[in-house]
Design a protein around this ligand. Structure first.
Ligand code: ZN
Length: 134
């Protein structure tokens, strides 16, 4: 397993980690298989979406803020329940296709670490699995 550290700078942000993940895969010499990426946290997550227009990431945060307000009568005493809920909505892992030694994504897709309770130092764990039938 490989561990990467990502430092977030704001309370909430989507951080594009596509290039870092792609470089790890290139450096691994895996030619064909699956990359699992995972965040071992309860108030941040991972998602794939458009990274060409940064307004898309901003709109995702806008909708999550609207869907999961900070001011509900939450029971969790730490005061960050909205961040926990948002992390569960986006999820904590992604599976990626590796072919010809390269991470395969759609033309407009990027991989984002979704920070919901920053700024913090976050870990992203990667595990590569060789193989594939096609
Ligand atoms: Zn908490």
């Amino acid at each position: 397993m490989l561990k990467m550290e990502i430092q977030s700078a704001r309370k909430e942000e989507l951080i594009d980690i596509t290039d870092r993940v792609a470089q790890v895969i290139r450096d691994s010499n895996l030619k064909k298989g699956i990359a699992l990426i995972y965040v071992p946290h309860t108030t941040c997550g991972l998602t794939i979406n458009e990274n060409a227009d940064p307004d898309v990431a901003a709109d995702i945060l806008l909708v999550l803020r609207k869907a999961v307000p900070d001011n509900l009568p939450y029971a969790h005493l730490e005061g960050n329940s909205a961040a926990h809920v948002k992390a569960s909505i986006v999820g904590s892992s992604l599976q990626l296709v590796v072919e010809d030694g390269e991470l395969q994504l759609g033309r407009w897709q990027g991989i984002f670490l979704c920070e919901f309770d920053g700024p913090r130092t976050r870990q992203v764990w990667l595990q590569l699995a060789q193989g594939g039938q096609f």
